[in-house]
Design a protein around this ligand. Structure first.
Ligand code: ATP
Ligand code: MG
Length: 139
């Protein structure tokens, strides 16, 4: 079994889509191992997306990610990282395949509803960002 990290982004929260997105993920066979609602501070958002700090959209991305609370979740499934990326769809909702979460709920290349880790290594780093080891121990 593999783990990955998702964030239900502020646009989804404000639009009341968090429950639908979690249900969509469960339907796709993901188990929710840990769940946390958090309103990211600017420092937290900057740190989480530090990899993008040289990109022109970085400041806008930080403003967007801090405008409302998010839900972070640690997910488990076979092939979790790649499967979540498939289920999310392309970064730009206009290019996302029909039925994907970004096609259903995203409204722009920035406001694209959901985050998903892009590799097992980053999934571990991003899960550590939101959750402690104790949150992820088997029950
Ligand atoms: P995420 O990391 O959030 O799962 P992603 O891996 O599909 O998304 P990245 O290239 O990592 O895409 O970009 C991170 C986030 O930055 C995007 O999800 C989006 O919110 C924002 N973003 C990416 N490209 C642009 C752009 N050209 N203009 C504005 N915002 C962008
Ligand atoms: Mg990314």
């Amino acid at each position: 079994m593999e783990q990955t990290l998702t964030i239900i982004k502020p646009d989804s929260m404000a639009a009341g889509n968090a429950g639908k997105i979690l249900a969509h993920l469960e339907q796709e066979g993901f188990q929710i191992l840990a769940l946390r609602r958090i309103h990211l501070s600017e420092a937290q958002a900057r740190s989480f997306y530090e990899v993008h700090k040289e990109r022109p959209f970085y400041d806008d991305l930080v403003a967007y990610m801090t405008e409302a609370p998010v839900i972070a979740a640690a997910l488990e499934r076979e092939d979790a990282v790649a499967h979540l990326r498939r289920v999310m769809g392309a970064t730009n909702p206009e290019e996302a395949a029909a039925g994907t979460i970004r096609a259903l709920y995203g409204t722009s290349i920035e406001r694209n509803a959901i985050h998903g880790s892009d590799s097992p290594e980053n999934a571990a780093i991003e899960t550590d960002f939101f959750f402690s080891r104790a949150d992820l121990l088997p029950s």
